[in-house]
Design a protein around this ligand. Sequence first.
Ligand SMILES: [Zn+2]
Length: 84
Amino acid sequence: MQKYIVSVSKKNNSVWKIYFYDENFEIHSERINPLLIWYYKLKKYHRKKGVCPNCRREYLLLTNWHDKSDWCPYCLDEYDEYDD
Ligand SMILES: [Zn+2]
């Protein structure tokens, strides 16, 4: 499963959790090892609303410093259909 981490936060009793979107843009949370907080913070994405210049639909954009790809989930879906 692809994980787009959007939040790394501390809950009660020193439990750390990440919140992330999967490839279907569904949000999930998961308990993490506190030793890996730095790693998850590096991988964190920012949520931005974008409008696709191609299909003109509004979509949720996830960006971070190592992945600047500006992809539209609707157009991406159309590509999938022509995969083979
Ligand atoms: Zn599009």
